[in-house]
Design a protein around this ligand. Structure first.
Ligand code: ATP
Ligand code: MG
Length: 756
């Protein structure tokens, strides 16, 4: 459907309309919350297609979550028709998976490679650290992994780190011990290098690698880079303020910004002349992912980074009332070093913000629930128009209880995610090991799941053999007949396991296009389902339901995907984020939504409850003595406040339990930063509270250190993907992706590769 110009920009304001139509190689749409950035980006895509005459395949649109991508695609379909279905509208990570799947061979990635989620990666780091005799109490696998992730986000490779801090270490060394080191960087460098080595052996990438390896691919393989530069003529990125350095470089590489001279802007970017046209939209006041490497300078330096860049500012907010905007502007103005911007709205002043101070977290929750019930009953507000937001997932429990007791329908976004549940991860590990046998982490995970007498000892026998020969666990298993002194029972057990994998693998090969059948087969043959069904533990019943849900999900994927494969299905499970659990924008869930502030990014609700506004809760205790972190918390507050369209509630509790201990909490400094006349306090001081002056440093109230409590935006399950199409098995012992089969026909050296 070719849209007329008026249909695409007729209802936009002047700046929005200019941004939609701008002809030029680099455009930044910088603007405050709710000013229509996402809307403009979507319209611009439609404009490029219908007015510039571009092909859908020439467009790459990047959103922050899969859910945002689905929504943008939906809107585009409404604007331009079904061609939108074929366009690349996705997150950075999904786009990179697609690129690596097509061209990862150039990097030595074999098809069917696995993607490790943070739990898998942490396991791998723990395995290495323990082997290397590292004090894992002092240097936790999580903190080491955090460091590795920082390096990757900065595009600092392991070779550089090794050269600088541990030039003598050779990755893959056996029986290595880290005994003494002067500089902790040495420890990090060694584990980083070994971690990369083992990932490569396992034919796996971690989550950060999706970006890093794609950058490497584009940098080192001009033919591949040329293909994508030729293909994508328009690149558009939403939420640009939350890109990290690696993502920034990725955009430059894809666009070909550094590839030769920039010619003067042509009429459109459709021809293969010069770099792709890059449009980014963002708001530096909403940058809230610094802990994952997001670099606010990307947006601040856009004009210097991209030649002939144009900036368009949007100032009219279409989302909120003036009262809500005034509160947001007042809070964010306390951040230093930002460019002030003024947001205004034509909506009018609206209702005052409602404040409530509770004696404790339970009371806060009960009050929120009663207010929700009242809004629904008296003002006819739909439940789905209301959202409760909080800083950390742990805060949700008392709120949930209160909603349940009040009989209010709600949906909780986040928490233990479906794909992180043990039974789901076990089932996925089977599927992954079938697809990518070299994947040690997943293969070892299922060796004794369900229990089949192959405990730690059996595992270590095989492992030892693998180490000695420098092969994968899978290869060692295939050659277990050659392992000396193996107890007969162990040998029998291992052989049974190998036969089991071979038979499931054969089934998978024969039914590669029916992932739901493969899931069913794995659940039945592995014994996973049986073990749970036999259990009398009521929780196991819900685990059975989860597994059945997994099978349904596979069936659903199959129905919606013309060229469905097992690999394709696993890929969809790997890239799931918290926000993906939200229903689509125009569906009425009939439920109150509960989520962390991080997850709320980009969303809007008529009524928003911001809870837990206390020093040490929000702002978070870790940020109280660090200006940079406090600024980030304040941006999070700005994000939270600006999610509200009509009514905003702010609540706090005077006592909150942390680590099982009741702590007294001071009011959040953000409350103080909102002008008093904007707030209608329903209860201002709590029962026991005396007047206090000044703000405590929060430390005496204890703190939350557990990062698990935090929403960290998208989190990902494990998956592998790709088909067996081109995997060539090579000689034993090469650590290559092999194939499950009977040992008999594999026992005499090399064989030719099989294909799926
Ligand atoms: P955020 O910073 O939170 O991501 P945003 O700048 O992306 O916000 P949008 O979500 O695109 O803003 O728009 C906010 C709201 O304003 C949406 O409901 C959108 O439909 C509406 N809106 C934007 N522009 C206009 C306009 N010109 N006329 C009417 N409504 C508009
Ligand atoms: Mg937006």
């Amino acid at each position: 459907i070719a849209r007329t110009a008026d249909e695409l920009v007729g209802d936009l304001n002047k700046q929005q309309s200019e941004a939609v139509q701008y002809r030029g190689a680099a455009l930044l749409i910088g603007a405050g919350a709710g000013s229509g950035k996402t809307r403009v980006l979507t319209r611009r895509i439609a404009w490029i297609l219908s007015q510039f005459g571009a092909w859908p395949s020439q467009i790459l649109a990047i959103t922050f979550t899969n859910k945002a991508a689905a929504e943008m695609r939906e809107r585009l379909t409404a604007l331009i028709g079904p061609v939108a279905q074929r366009m690349w509208v996705s997150t950075f990570h999904s786009a990179c998976v697609r690129i690596l799947r097509r061209d990862g061979k150039a990097l030595g990635l074999k098809s069917g490679f696995s993607i490790y989620d943070s739990a898998d990666s942490e396991r791998l780091v723990k395995i290495i650290a323990t082997e290397f005799n590292v004090d894992v109490k002092r240097y936790t696998p999580r903190s080491i992994l955090g460091r590795i992730s920082d390096y990757k986000n900065q595009l600092i490779g392991w070779r550089a780190q090794l050269a600088a801090y541990a030039p003598d270490f050779k990755p893959g060394s056996r029986n290595y011990r880290i005994s003494k080191f002067d500089n902790v960087e040495e420890l990090y460098a060694i584990i980083y290098a070994e971690y990369e080595h083992r990932l490569a052996m396992a034919n796996a990438v971690d989550f950060d690698d999706l970006i890093v390896r794609t950058v490497e691919l584009l940098r080192d393989h001009p033919d591949v880079a040329d293909y994508y530069r030729h293909k994508f003529r328009y690149i558009l990125v939403d939420e640009y303020q939350d890109t990290n350095h690696a993502q920034y470089v990725l955009i430059r590489e894809l666009a070909g910004v550094d590839a030769g001279e920039t010619p003067a802007p042509t009429a459109t970017a459709a021809g293969r002349q010069g770099p792709a046209w890059v449009t980014v939209v963002g708001d530096s006041d909403q940058s809230i992912y610094a802990f994952r490497g997001a670099d606010i300078r990307n947006i601040q330096d856009f004009e210097e980074d991209f030649p002939n860049a144009k900036t368009i500012l949007l100032e009219q907010n279409y989302r909120s009332t003036q009262t809500i905007l005034d509160a947001a502007n007042a809070v964010i103005s306390h951040n230093e070093g930002r460019k002030p911007k003024k947001l205004w709205t034509a909506v009018g002043k609206g209702e005052p913000i409602v404040g409530y101070a509770a004696d404790n977290a339970q009371q806060e929750a009960v009050w929120v629930a009663s207010e929700i019930a009242r809004l629904h009953a008296e003002d006819g507000v739909a439940y789905s128009d209301m959202a409760i937001m909080y800083r950390a997932n742990a805060q949700s429990r008392s709120l949930e209880e209160a909603l349940i007791n009040a009989g209010l329908p709600y949906q909780l976004i986040g928490g233990t995610k479906f794909y992180e549940r043990k039974e789901i991860k076990d089932a996925l590990a089977y599927l992954q090991a079938i697809l990518n046998p070299a994947d040690d982490v997943n293969l070892r995970r299922i060796l004794n799941v369900p229990k089949r007498g192959l405990g730690a000892r059996a595992e270590s026998i095989v492992l030892e053999y693998a180490r000695e020969r420098g092969t994968s666990f899978f290869d060692a298993l295939m050659h277990m007949e050659q392992i000396e002194d193996m107890p007969t029972r162990t040998a029998k057990g291992l052989k049974a396991f190998r036969d089991l994998m071979a038979s499931m693998s054969a089934f998978a090969r024969a039914n590669i296009n029916k992932p739901s059948d493969i899931v069913a087969e794995v659940l039945a043959k592995s014994g996973l389902l049986e073990e749970l069904q036999k259990s009398v533990d009521p929780q196991d019943q819900s685990r059975v339901e989860n597994l059945s849900q997994l099978q349904s999900t596979a069936a659903e994927y199959e129905q919606n995907t013309p060229d469905a494969t097992l690999g394709g299905f696993l890929e969809t499970t790997a890239l799931v984020a918290d926000s993906d659990q939200l229903p689509n924008g125009n569906e009425d869930s009939g439920k109150v939504t509960m989520m962390t502030l991080h997850t709320a990014k980009g969303l809007e609700y008529p009524v928003v409850f911001l809870t837990g506004l206390e020093q040490g809760t929000f702002p978070h205790s870790r940020s109280l003595e660090d200006t940079a972190e406090l600024s980030e918390e304040r941006r999070l507050a700005y994000v939270g406040i600006t999610r509200a369209k009509r009514r905003l509630y702010i609540t706090r509790a005077a006592v909150r339990a942390q680590w099982g201990q009741a702590n007294e909490m001071l009011p959040s400094q953000f409350l103080e930063e909102i002008p008093d006349e904007l707030i209608d306090w329903k209860r201002r001081e709590t029962g026991s509270e005396r007047m206090r002056t000044g703000w405590g440093d929060g430390d005496e109230f204890g703190g939350w250190d557990d990062e698990d409590d935090f929403s960290s935006g998208p989190t990902f399950g494990t998956a592998s993907y790709g088909s067996y199409g081109s995997s060539h098995g090579s000689a034993y012992g090469s650590g290559s992706t092999g194939r499950w089969g009977s040992a008999a026909h594999r026992s005499n050296g090399s064989r030719s590769g099989s294909t799926y």
